[in-house]
Write a protein that binds this ligand. Structure first.
Ligand SMILES: C[S@@+](CC[C@H](N)C(=O)[O-])C[C@H]1O[C@@H](n2cnc3c(N)ncnc32)[C@H](O)[C@@H]1O
Length: 205
């Protein structure tokens, strides 16, 4: 890790707060804020967490759903166990139909929420990164179509830029309410934004 980057992280308020509260990522605070504002899931909910490594969002979701709920976390990277029985960890690509099948097999019933913080490794070529992010959103939506109950909610990470309007149009075919939200914990320089999708209509996009 370059020295300067290490120092910047230490100065970062959300990074320090994540450390002190035992969250695996500073991203945890983005989900806390969005769930407080939009009530994506609640106690007893079944939540599918896509692009879940290292597990900060899963920790937040588990805190909310409690012992009666379930979180299914998927990532191409290995997510270390959190030592609780109601977290199921799957390793795989969220664009792979077989992984979708695995997710569906683990669900006791349709999910109340699909939350996706999945993001590609940035290449530095903005158009490439935008296209890769758009594909991850599409994959999350495809999985949501199979896994989400009617009336369920979704949140996906996006990048601001060309193509975002097309993505919003696509999502509006499947959800009654679709809005953009930038949590306080998003880094100032970052172009990330979240698309909050409420009330799944159960209609194929
Ligand atoms: C920003 S991180 C997620 C952080 C997580 N929400 C947390 O709070 O700990 C993005 C994750 O997306 C994952 N990812 C990217 N493409 C993926 C794909 N096609 N399938 C599964 N995971 C993917 C990456 O491996 C990475 O761990």
């Amino acid at each position: 890790m370059p020295k300067r980057w290490g120092k910047e992280r230490l100065k970062d308020f959300f990074y320090r707060m994540a450390k002190s509260r035992g969250y695996r990522s500073r991203a945890a605070f983005k989900l806390i804020e969005m769930n407080e504002k939009f009530k994506l899931f609640k106690e007893g909910s079944v939540v599918v967490d896509l692009g879940a490594y290292p597990g900060g969002w899963s920790q937040v979701a588990l805190n909310v759903v409690g012992e009666r709920g379930l979180v299914v976390a998927v990532d191409v990277r290995d997510i270390k166990s959190l030592g609780v029985p109601n977290l199921i960890v799957l390793k795989g690509d969220i664009c792979d139909e077989e992984v979708h099948g695995e997710v569906l097999r683990t669900l006791p019933r349709k999910a109340d929420a699909v939350i996706s913080d999945a993001a590609p490794k940035l290449s530095g070529v903005w158009s490439t990164d935008l296209a890769r992010q758009a594909l991850l959103i599409e994959c999350s939506l495809r999985l949501a179509h199979k896994a989400l109950r009617v009336g369920g909610n979704m949140v996906v990470k996006a990048f601001q830029g060309e193509g975002l309007d097309d993505v919003l149009r696509l999502l509006r075919k499947s959800f009654s309410v679709v809005k953009l939200y930038r949590p306080k914990a998003s880094k100032k320089a970052s172009r990330e934004i979240y698309i909050v999708c409420l009330n799944f209509k159960g209609i194929e996009a």
